[in-house]
Design a protein around this ligand. Structure first.
Ligand code: FAD
Length: 433
């Protein structure tokens, strides 16, 4: 029967290989470790967790909890192995990382339909192929990918500003306006008085940052400065930079604020906004404290924290379909962090979809898009339809889900409704497969 190639046995590749093998097709799985290590992996095991041992929230009032539950319905090897190796972690699904990787390795490597090759892939294979080589894709393959996608559509660093759920922005304070009213009013503006600016500024320059890994130090030469580094150069740098208030008079008072923080729409649906110019390396807890000092963002729901780290990813809105197929070569799939999904669980989920679709085309069936009402489908939609110009990787979150038929103000109830609809939808969808 037909053989499907999977490159990379991380979170996404292991899941893709398992899904294909379980559907009765042969998989050739290529993993370069331990022959060649990445700067963050240390073992020869599949699905090695390179940092935290947590797969984040398990509860259904959290989008990543819903995502896990959807994956359970689809016999995910990553989630099953995580459930088997769980350690106590409150509402989160955390695992014994060694046991977890051993479980995944055993279930994938010893699957009768999987053949493993420990080698570095330097050319994109012919035939039906899933590329899941992760944020630290080897250099030789990165070069090939750059040729495939075009130089402008493969990135090596992720320097992203925090992203906020629109529903959590206080519109009594924030106003819609473009600088000098040029073009359509496109930005949400958070006005600051001098006192508010001082308080914010002090918090920003004293907030705790994440130490850069040795292999990440070169990021700063790429010309994108974290907001805290800019702040350390002085208040003026901020006031003449991203917090410049000129042309942004508050339409309600006609007055120019002392400083302004601008938010830009982040997704096609307009449910998410990013903070303009606020790429940051602050620790997540510190980010939340600093952001919530911005007037109008007191209760901001941060769906994705700012990061600055090494990350290889393609411009999915340009080159990928929601089936995880490469637009220009439908037999080629991408999965994992490479596609611009962010996180262990999200990576595995994209591998699950790519695996199902690679199988389907091998069987002569049409590939499927997952319904938008599901966590899995909403991620696929986001990464393939959001604005290609400012594309940044994204975690699962309820802001990506389509609106509910009726608007619900209470957050917990809204999330519950999203979760119910998602799980109902995925059950029907699984039956239809
Ligand atoms: P990986 O799990 O990295 O798998 C890719 C695999 O491909 C690796 O096994 C690699 O050896 C192999 N490979 C690479 N190139 C080749 C090649 N040419 N030929 C053959 N094999 C190849 N996410 C979280 O949710 N929590 C965290 O705490 C977290 N911490 C992170 C820390 C760092 C330093 C980095 C870089 C990322 C982190 N992430 C974290 C983000 C991301 O979720 C993980 O990196 C996740 O492992 C991505 O899954 P993946 O399958 O896409 O890639």
């Amino acid at each position: 029967s037909k053989v499907i190639n999977v490159v990379g046995a991380g979170l996404a590749g292991s899941e893709a290989a398992f899904q294909i093998a379980e559907r009765g097709l042969q998989v050739h799985l290529y993993e370069m470790r331990p022959i060649k290590q990445t700067p963050a992996h240390h073992t020869d095991k599949f699905a090695e967790l390179v940092c935290s041992n947590s797969l984040r929230a398990n509860s259904l009032t959290n989008a990543v909890g819903v995502l896990k539950e959807e994956m359970r319905q689809l016999n995910s090897v990553i989630i099953r192995s995580a459930d088997d190796c769980a350690v106590p972690a409150g509402g989160a699904l955390a695992v014994d990382r060694h046991e977890f990787a051993a479980h995944v390795t055993d279930r994938v490597k010893n699957h009768p339909n999987v053949t493993v090759f420990h080698e570095e892939i330097t050319e994109i294979p012919e035939g039906i192929t899933v590329i899941a080589t992760g944020p630290l894709t080897s250099e030789a393959l990165s070069k090939q990918l750059q040729e495939l996608t075009g130089e402008d559509y493969l990135y090596f660093y992720d320097a992203a500003a925090p992203i906020i759920e629109k529903d959590s922005i206080n519109m009594d304070i924030v106003y819609l306006k473009s600088r000098y009213d040029k073009g359509e009013a496109a930005y949400l503006n958070c006005p600051m008085t001098e006192e508010e600016f001082e308080r914010f500024y002090e918090a920003l320059i004293s907030a705790e940052v994440v130490p850069l890994k040795e292999f990440e130090k070169e990021i700063f030469f790429e010309g994108c400065m974290p907001i805290e580094v800019m702040a350390n150069r002085g208040k003026k740098t901020m006031l003449f930079g991203p917090m410049k208030p000129v042309g942004l008079e508050d339409p309600r008072t006609g007055k120019r604020p002392f400083a302004v923080v601008q938010l830009r729409q982040d997704d096609a649906a307009g449910t998410l906004y990013n903070i303009v110019g606020f790429q940051t390396h602050l620790k997540w807890g510190a980010q939340k404290e600093v952001i919530q000092l911005i007037p109008g963002l007191e209760n901001a729901e941060i769906v994705r924290y700012g990061v600055m780290h090494r990350n290889t990813f393609i411009n999915s809105p340009k080159v990928l379909k929601a089936t995880y197929q490469f637009k220009e070569r439908p037999t080629l799939f991408f999965a994992g962090q490479m596609t611009g999904v962010e996180g262990y669980v999200e990576s595995a989920a994209s591998g699950l979809i790519a695996g199902i679709n690679a199988t389907r085309i091998a069987q002569g069936k049409n590939p499927v898009e997952f319904p938008r009402e599901t966590a899995m489908g909403s991620m696929a939609q986001y990464i393939t339809t959001t604005n290609a110009k400012n594309f940044q990787p994204m975690n699962a979150n309820f802001g990506l889900f389509p609106d509910l038929p009726v608007r619900i103000k209470a957050k917990k109830e809204r999330y519950e409704q999203h979760a119910n609809r998602a799980l109902q939808t995925i059950r029907n969808f699984v039956k239809s497969l």
